[in-house]
Design a protein around this ligand. Sequence first.
Ligand code: GLN
Length: 246
Amino acid sequence: MKMFRKIIPVLIVIVIMVTFSACGKDNNKLVMATNAAFPPYEYYDNEAIVGIDVEIAKAIAEKLGKELVIEDMEFNSIIGAVQTGKADIGLAGMTVREDRLVSVNFSVPYTTASQVIIVREGSDIASPDDLADKSVGVQESTTGDIYVTDEMPDADVQRYSKGVEAVQALIQGKVDAVVIDNEPAKVFVQQNPGLQILPEAYTVEDYAIAISKKNEDLLNKINKALKELSEDGTLQSIIDKYISAD
Ligand code: GLN
């Protein structure tokens, strides 16, 4: 009996320690910050968030032995979420840029993309140069926003939180063109008759995964996972599932 009395407080301490270490940062989860309004990379299919980035994140989580948790937020909150540890990774069709590299690390690129121009059919805008003095809809804080703002001082830049809102403004005649990433552009044009994408693309960009600068270990693990997924063809098959060759 006496021995039990001595053991019980020790057991209680152990139970408390185990309980506390399980709280806080949950190491069994990989939290992905995204903006699920960017088809085919991330978008809602009824209640579920699906798309290329989601499938890539799931494949990575599986390799790391973690459960994927998706946090949907504004595009311009993603880098902050990664920096503060609210999310482990930012995966949102995000272009690698020098100014973003000041705040976060990026994985190796997993695909390339470009900025394109959407106009109404019959528009007199035929090339990027024609945008100079026009009203241009963009998605706030994206590379499209940055290019038009920096390179076209005379353009009237209208910023929307979602690409689809910029496209609605174009349909309603509130803006003359929309500058946005090529694959979402294709989806939006397909969904809205009367629009077209100009043949001349604007830029070539790399998409990569944003990871906290404080987590080199995760960066290395993710790069290793991406390399494996690329080498065994998984990455390409995920992309092919959502993007038909044209
Ligand atoms: N590729 C663009 C960027 O990184 C847009 C990404 C997005 O809107 N999800 O800014």
